[in-house]
Design a protein around this ligand. Structure first.
Ligand SMILES: NC(=O)c1ccc[n+]([C@@H]2O[C@H](COP(=O)([O-])OP(=O)(O)OC[C@H]3O[C@@H](n4cnc5c(N)ncnc54)[C@H](OP(=O)(O)O)[C@@H]3O)[C@@H](O)[C@H]2O)c1
Length: 251
């Protein structure tokens, strides 16, 4: 059998932005391992609908180190190696500092950092062993909130600021092994994660944050991730690319 395309692992690939990223790589002729935690049916349905052959589904909880290791190694086994890791899976919870109990505050911080930051770091540790010496790429899906602040979702904002730092550390650490590491930092994107806020009374004001007066579609994030994995994007290693429709301009 002739194996075509690169081997791509997308965490949280069954829904939202991750799903659009999976579709972008498959449309470009790559083989994709779709990671999911709870969305088993969506992951299987997506795998079966993708163009091309050799796609796989892998399950795992990003907050569980053993599960992450089994998931990454399982993806490499199913795809015959790994060329690209996309750390996309994340959780986003509301925990206003003066409204939640001390116990709730701690639980939210622990779960969010374990999933969004330590989970991504663990996936990098596991994937780097497969990606080295084959022009590998790691792309982390961060957030505008890392820069702008997240007053009601502080653990989320901190997890993404940590992910940006992790991106830059790994860009330097892994370049000698031919691995480029970059991040994208979207503002609001029309997915399940943002649905409640976009459908609330805040929706119009959220859309008005951008002079385009809308939020992003998942495909607009996916196209940047796909480009960061392209041959001529190695020089973007260490970059954190804003994708926010000019809603937040950092200097
Ligand atoms: N939507 C936005 O406005 C926005 C803005 C900026 C950045 N982002 C970032 O974009 C990425 C994708 O977000 P989205 O909007 O597509 O989110 P979403 O629709 O809520 O999907 C979240 C994904 O993360 C996975 N996930 C959550 N907790 C997990 C865990 N403990 N272990 C494994 N997988 C887990 C889910 O998997 P299952 O469904 O299989 O459980 C799902 O695929 C995230 O990193 C998010 O922070 C989103």
């Amino acid at each position: 059998m002739i194996v075509m395309g690169r081997a791509i692992l997308v965490t949280g690939g069954a829904r939202g932005i991750g799903r659009a990223i999976v579709e972008a790589f498959a449309a470009g002729g790559d083989r994709v391992a779709i990671h999911y935690r709870g969305s088993a049916a969506s992951a299987a349905e997506l795998r079966d609908a993708l163009p091309g052959e050799g796609h796989a589904v892998v399950q795992g909880d990003m907050a569980d180190p053993a599960s992450v290791r089994a998931m990454v190694d399982g993806a490499a086994e199913a795809l015959g190696g790994l060329d690209v890791l996309v750390n996309n899976a994340a959780m986003y919870t509301t925990h206003p500092v003066l409204e939640v109990s001390y116990e709730e505050w701690q639980a939210e911080w622990r779960a969010t950092l374990d999933t969004n930051l330590v989970g991504a770091a663990n996936a990098i540790w596991c994937a780097a062993r497969h990606l080295r010496d084959r022009g590998g790429r790691i792309i982390n899906v961060s957030s505008r909130g890392a820069f702008r602040g997240e007053p009601r979702h502080a653990a989320y904002g901190a997890s993404k600021a940590g992910l940006n730092s992790l991106t830059q550390s790994m860009a330097v650490a892994l370049a000698p092994y031919g691995i480029a590491v970059a991040a994208v930092a979207p503002g609001f994107v029309a997915t399940d994660m943002a649905r409640e806020r976009l459908e609330s009374a805040d929706g119009p004001a959220i859309r008005a944050e951008s002079p385009f007066e809308r939020v992003a579609e998942p495909q607009e994030v996916a196209s940047a991730v796909h480009w960061l994995a392209s041959p001529l994007a190695q020089w973007a290693s260490g970059a954190i690319i804003d994708l926010n429709g000019a809603s937040y301009l950092r200097t």
